[in-house]
Design a protein around this ligand. Structure first.
Ligand SMILES: Nc1ncnc2c1ncn2[C@@H]1O[C@H](COP(=O)(O)OP(=O)(O)O)[C@@H](O)[C@H]1O
Ligand SMILES: [Mg+2]
Length: 382
């Protein structure tokens, strides 16, 4: 029986654990707080600060897992490299977790080494530098701390006068040394996640592209398939293959692209299941979590099948508190081909993702309508 250690125990981890338990794996779920979503369905749990090298080493020594599977970015990746060196398999590789946690590292790999089309970009480590590079890139532009996720510290800047505010915002809570990436703003017509599965043996597989809408740093809706031309999809697949090959290892990757009328622009990627990929919990014969599991265990993936156009819509907490009950669940589930995943997070805060509504439909539009409607039915009683 394989022993898996999951680093990060949120909603994506929870679904991954369910997939792993179904194939008889033993799972230790790790996060910084008790009773996290994945811990509720795992065999064992550890509550530690995953940015702390000693704590990470201690629990790896204690449990001796066969595989270490990161679910989040914020992990002490240098320690993952050490653990990998001493013989424990890190998914997909310690190097991949390190590179993808640093926007500058992954962007330099994509743009400079692999020559993938990206937004024009530069880095800045002071307001003065920011003003200089902003001149070269032009407005509007997007500023992001190189180490950040979920849109934290990110802003769009329309004019030079607003650079100072954006710099202060990026700096907030990040100590003294801050590095930001400054990107040309891409007026995209859509953005997608291309779930890319790198297998131990066998060729790289792709799911149908997933379209999504982002707001204040988090995704709100996703749907599959995203309708795009064969030419652009082929380009996206080629780029996804190129960067996942460069990262190595096995597992699923969520490769993000911006689309313009006639171009695919690489944005970033996660070396793990992607939040927008939760739609695959209803849309496919194998969810992104099943696929990740099979890939990391070296199990076959015969054929990925899309059942029907599908969508997901997130359910966010409106305020802080301890959820007592989820209301409107029955109403949401009255509709054919609608389902919910309630993450059972012990604490809510304003804007925290607490659940997701899933729907299959006769068309993408129909599925999106159903998912959105179901998401609106559900509310939290505190
Ligand atoms: N250069 C850009 N042009 C236009 N929109 C952008 C750009 N960079 C980011 N965005 C928007 O912000 C979202 C989050 O940015 P992303 O780089 O994916 O950061 P995160 O790691 O927080 O997901 C993107 O999905 C996209 O909607
Ligand atoms: Mg992103």
């Amino acid at each position: 029986m394989k022993k898996l250690m999951l680093l990060g125990s949120g909603e994506l981890g929870r679904e991954f654990v369910i997939s792993a338990k179904r194939l008889g794996c033993q799972v230790i779920a790790v996060d910084s707080y008790k009773n996290a979503p994945a811990m509720q369905v795992a065999d064992e749990a550890e509550v530690i600060n995953m940015q702390n090298a000693n704590s990470l080493k201690r629990i790896v020594k204690k449990h001796q897992p066969d595989l270490i599977i990161p679910e989040v970015e914020a992990i002490h990746t240098e320690t993952l490299a050490e653990i990998e060196k001493s013989g424990t398999n890190v998914i997909p590789t310690a190097r991949a977790t390190h590179l993808t946690m640093n926007r500058d590292a992954i962007r330099d790999l994509a743009a400079n080494e692999l020559k993938l089309r990206t937004a024009q970009y530069a880095y800045a480590e002071s307001l003065k530098e920011l003003k200089e590079v902003a001149q070269e890139i032009g407005f509007p532009l997007v500023i992001k701390p190189v180490m950040s996720s979920s849109g934290k510290g990110q802003s769009k800047v329309d004019k030079p006068q607003d650079l100072k505010k954006a710099w202060e915002f990026a700096k907030k809570g990040r100590g003294t040394r801050v590095k930001v990436i400054v990107e040309e703003f891409i007026p995209f017509i859509g953005e997608i996640t291309l779930l890319t599965i790198k297998q131990q043996k066998g060729k790289t597989l792709f799911c149908e592209p997933i379209g999504h809408i982002q707001e204040s740093g988090d995704y709100r809706e996703s749907w599959q398939p995203y309708k795009m031309s064969d030419t652009l999809l082929k380009q996206a697949k080629k780029m996804a293959k190129s960067i996942t090959d460069a990262l190595g290892g096995s597992g699923i990757f969520g490769v993000e692209f911006f689309l313009t009328k006639d171009e695919v622009i690489f944005s970033e990627l996660s070396p793990r299941p992607h939040d927008t990929g939760m739609v695959t919990l209803i849309s496919q014969n194998f969810s992104e979590f099943d696929l990740h599991l099979r890939a990391v265990l070296g199990l076959p993936i015969p054929k990925i099948e899309l059942f029907a156009p599908s969508a997901s819509a997130v359910i966010l907490a409106k305020k802080e508190g301890t959820p007592k009950e989820y209301k409107g669940v029955a109403k949401a589930l009255e509709v054919k081909d609608v389902d919910l995943r309630i993450f059972a997070k012990p604490q809510a805060y304003k804007g925290r993702r607490m659940a997701v509504a899933l729907a299959k439909g006769s068309s993408v539009n129909n599925a999106r309508k159903k998912a959105l409607k179901a998401s609106k039915e559900v509310s939290i009683r505190f």
